[in-house]
Design a protein around this ligand. Sequence first.
Ligand code: T4K
Length: 406
Amino acid sequence: MHDDLSRLAIFGGVPSFSEKLHVGRPNIGNHERLLARIGDILNRRWLSNNGPCVQELEQRIAELAGVRHCIAMCNATVALEILIRALGLTGEVVVPSFTFIATAHALQWQGITPVFCDVDPKTHNLDPKRVAQALTPRTSGIIGVHLWGRACDVAALSEIASARGVKLIFDAAHAFGCSYRGDTIGRFGDAEVFSFHATKFFNSFEGGAVVTNNDDLARKIRLMMNFGFAGYDDVVELGTNGKMTEACAAMGLENLLHLTDFVQTNRNNYEHYRRELARIPGLSLLRFDEQEKNNYQYVVIEVDENTTRVSRDQLVEILWAENVLARRYFYPGCHRMEPYRTQFPDVAAILPETERLVQRVLVVPTGTAVTSDDITRLCGIVEMVVRNGAEVRRRLEQRRTSGAAE
Ligand code: T4K
């Protein structure tokens, strides 16, 4: 069979998608009911500061995560910052570099050094052996990230943290509704943090939460996220403003009613991608443990360039031309972004797996805004590209050279 490569938008064809297909298009519940909830908020004239919608959302999330305390906040980054401060972390904290930049920034923002640690190439999560090696007398904590919603090796990390007397928290921004050894994520370590950002499978416009079973910690966080106020005119702690608004909580409450549908849609999309991609050599889809609860919010592909001949970056370029905005999460790794790149110029040498993964990973669109037909078409483009990998690469390189010559 002969493919006409000039049909590809990057070589002058018409883009396969007339509108942009994003990773992270929000899932949104029932519009009328959401607007009615917001109408109620306006009528009550109670817009923020621990209002009834926030309280209800916190209760529902605590129930779902199986924890005593949920403290809802304006976003997960601020939730992480407040948690880090409430736990009294100082000096150095071990984190993966293969994560969204917020995990590292939440430390650096308050003068704590993120010590970047390599990940296990199979799980994409912190490699406990490497964590043990990264600890120094200045280490006060470890932050595990349940990347893509797949749980860290909680048991091994807990053992290291307790043996060395350091705190352990989890950035569970991706892992709302997921489980570890059958237990819902939320109750591990000293505390865990969820993100409810618009791009997450469950969103509250913007939002996040700390969940924990530690009563004292929860009390402290509640004070810190409200300027340290214990009551009118009574400030008992250093604090900041981490409060979630009522409108955000209303969005969260509405979307909670659709949680099962959102997961089912993601799962159907994931299965569809799995069937389509199985035919394409050199691409492997990140799998989820069927024994666990998963939210399937990220469809993650690893590209083996030796087989596909086109690189991950070339695939991204081709897909963007077709209006498919596939993403290179979390390229180039936190350690290659500022201020860390300048601060730790040599750290890449101890992050070989991270360095490899950031060149291979491709995240493709899913969620309720993506149709089954979109997935078939998207995978059709990728299949054609890989089938003609060497020729596509040649043309792309030729295009680049002639572009540079002009
Ligand atoms: N820890 C981890 C491990 C995280 O992944 C994150 C956030 C955090 C902590 C911090 O959580 P928050 O403080 O944000 O609660 C997105 C999200 O902004 C970010 O929340 C998320 N991780 C990260 C993985 O993805 P980007 O860099 O992809 O850009 P963004 O937000 O512009 O969104 C991507 C695409 O989504 C856009 O191109 C268009 C689409 N989109 C986005 C929004 C906001 C929509 O279609 N509608 C929208 O309303 O970061």
